[in-house]
Structure formats: C-alpha cells, structure tokens
Write a protein that binds this ligand. Sequence first.
Ligand SMILES: [Zn+2]
Length: 165
Amino acid sequence: MANKCIGCNNCGHTGWSRDRGNFIITIVLAFFFLLPAVVYEIWRRTGLGVCENCGSNLVKPSHSCTSNKPSDVGDLIILGVLGVVGAVVVMFLYALADIAINSYKNRNAPPQEITQQDYEASCMLNGIEYYQSIKQHPITNNGELVLDKVQAACKGSKDGKYKAP
Ligand SMILES: [Zn+2]
C-alpha cells in the first residue's frame, strides 16, 4: 500500500505518499475487463507511491513526516468493493455460461431421444411378456428366475426387442 512517509526528489516535499496511477483508469478498466482492473489497482497500491504535492514518483523513504499517517480505511473499502463487484461479475458470467450451455445442449439432444436404458427396459418388458405367453412366469421350467434371465438377455439391447432363446 502507498501511504508511506516519503521525501520527494522532484519538489523536496516530505509527506505521506499517494497511490500511483489514477482510480479513474481502474473504473474504466473494471467497466470492460475486471481482472486487469484488479491487477491495475493492486499495482497502484504497491511500492512507495507518488508525491502528494507534485505527483512525481521520484521519491525515497523518509522518517521525517510530522503529520499523522492518513487512515487506510478508504483503501480497505475500495478493495472490499472491488472484491464484491468481482464476485458478482463472476457469478453473472457463470450464470450466462450455464444458460448458453443448456440452450446448446437442448438444441443438440431432443428429449424424445431413446437411451440405452429405454431399449433395455423395453426389451425386458417384451421378455417378461414372452415368458407369460408360454406360461413360464415368474419361474421357467428349468427353475430359473425369469427376471434374471431377461435382464441378462437384454443387457446392451440395440432395438428393445427380446430374442427368445
Ligand atoms: Zn514532489
């Protein structure tokens, strides 16, 4: 953070430094790109800062400041606001991306599409009907459980039809 006691090599002023750069630039950057705005704002607050009298960056650390150090509360508020704005923008972009992905998915996958599960369920239903029709439901003449037999025969079914053994 700036707010350091500095002596200016340009005008000879000794006092508390200001953030370098311009907050207006941060606002303009934030309007278009959030991340560069945050990086720019962090850059403004690092280093010694600039002379509060002439704005020069030709400054050196000093111990002869007589006034009280200005409060950092303003800095903390600005960083807090940037954080909140950042979170809101990220959530907004996330929601936009979510909507875009969903509309893309819906366009490419019509709800009527038959899945592998549908084929297998249809096949099993046909299989059970087959065993009911030959009066071997729910246990076959060999003592096997029809459900197990049909399930095994229908695994990976491609057309939903049950092929009687
Ligand atoms: Zn100066």
